[in-house]
Ligand binder design. Sequence first.
Ligand SMILES: [Fe+2]
Length: 295
Amino acid sequence: MADQFFGKTVEEYILQLKKFNLDLKFVMELKVQGRLLRWPQDIAGNLDNNVIRLYPGHIKLISEGKRIGDYRWAGYLDYHQQTVNHLLLDNLLTKFQMFEQARHSLSCGMGVLNSAIKAIEAKDHYTKGHSDRVSQLAMKISDMFDVDYSEYDIEIASKLHDIGKIGVSEIILCKPGLLTEQEITEIRKHPEIGANILKPLPIFEHLVPVIRHHHEKIDGTGYPDGLAGDDIPLLSRIIAVADTFDALTSNRPYRQAMSTEKALGVIAGVKGSQLDARIVDTFLSLREHLLTAAN
Ligand SMILES: [Fe+2]
């Protein structure tokens, strides 16, 4: 996550430098928390060959009294360029502080939510490990799509997709026989309950619709809102495929696990009606991997 964050921030930073025509005037080296970025990369060698010693410019990056990295440059900067350079650096530090705060809230939030996942798994032992397996599959499928979510978001959303089951009675979750209509209505509340659990946490706000819509169907017959096609968030559609596969290949109170081969057949059969056709095709292309993993 830190790498993604700094990679993006520094890319933006370099773009800004280019915008201010600073690109030909100097070389720089930025080291934040062990991550070293040199720019321009093609003359990075100059940094090792005394350029810094000849034209030293060095700023220690300090955040809340802690040294988080170093910024060094070599070359001539006029007054205007130096001002812009310092402003951009300030921006980088501010972003770093925001990142640190977000990371702290995230680890607190994730701690609470991980406990909630464990609580669901303890309540419904048939789903033990389900969240982790769905998360791994969803990440594998997402790799083959141009998704707008970070790897981290995909992992969190797919791990938490069933968090709303915490609000569903254990008797219904573990019932061995067929469910009554009332029990089905009860169990179908879990995507909404899950979305409501995540809503108060600002760091997960963007994942609320993903959780809410993971049981929608492409033909609009799913729940809770009967969304259809591309109106269903892409990540919800990806989780739906991974979730269906894992449910079919796991033992449930009312039936034994299906073989991988058979489950792939079932998934192919609901392509375009229940599940997104493009995602199903991608998923089916993982056939060999899934068969090997099952053995
Ligand atoms: Fe679910």
